[in-house]
Write a protein that binds this ligand. Structure first.
Ligand code: 5GP
Length: 215
């Protein structure tokens, strides 16, 4: 990261990971498990117009906002990206990302595919990761086991998922979440490989590069 920037997000030189998946594919569990073992990775808390569910806490899972508050943030350009998902709006605030960048973290965003594609336009080096279920049958039985939704809602989620998965060719990496441990290994591998790229190493290990007199 360079010092004294006018647009810090645009000059971000850490690693940015964006994970998208249809509902029920296991994206949140994977990202949470990764965060537990990877202290360099920071999450960003999104804003949403949907109502809190169950144990969700304002400022932890999401910042819950009214439509008017969300409109105001859009008008102020406060979002790096935002999208309408299943009838509600969700957005990643620039401010949250910039804070994490200043703290020197790599960032992982857990957002929908529309947001992921917007982020890729702003940060072409971001790694876009799509998590797929192994089959429609398995996705349906996971949604049923979760027990949060009525059969109608489950069928609607599966119809939405069919629209979402056709976006997978626009992503850099694909994880098929059949077995959790194996999918987590895949996610860790992607993050690790990204950190070993020349440009990432050049930024993270400037002392080594200068000790080796590599310009
Ligand atoms: P849920 O309401 O189940 O928490 O999330 C619904 C969908 O919205 C998920 O696919 C989730 O990843 C996505 N989402 C959460 N935060 C954001 C965000 O900031 N931007 C976008 N574009 N999608 C988000």
């Amino acid at each position: 990261m360079t010092a004294a920037t006018h647009h810090p997000t645009m000059e971000y030189s850490g690693n940015l990971f964006v994970v998208a998946a249809p509902s029920g594919a296991g994206k949140s569990s994977l990202v949470n498990a990764l965060m537990e073992v990877d202290a360099k990775l920071a999450h960003s808390v999104s804003h949403t117009t949907r109502a809190p569910r169950g144990q969700e806490v304002h400022g932890r899972e999401y910042y819950f906002a009214s439509d008017a508050q969300f409109d105001q943030m859009v008008a102020q350009g406060a979002f790096l990206e935002w999208a309408q998902v299943h009838g509600n709006r969700y957005g990643t605030s620039r401010h949250a990302i910039e804070d994490r960048i200043r703290q020197g973290h790599d960032i992982i965003l857990e957002i929908d595919y529309q947001g992921a594609l917007q982020v890729k336009k702003l940060f072409p080096t971001a790694s876009l990761i799509f998590v797929l279920p192994p089959s429609w049958e398995e996705l349906r039985s996971r949604l049923q086991r979760r027990g949060e939704d009525s059969p109608e809602v489950i069928e609607a989620r599966i119809r939405n998922a069919a629209q979402e998965v056709i976006q997978v060719p626009r992503f850099d990496f694909v994880i098929i979440n059949e077995r959790f441990e194996s999918a987590l290994f895949d996610l860790k591998s992607i993050v690790h490989a990204q950190r070993l790229k020349y440009s990432a190493q050049r930024n993270a290990k400037t002392d080594v590069f200068s000790a080796l007199s590599i310009p």
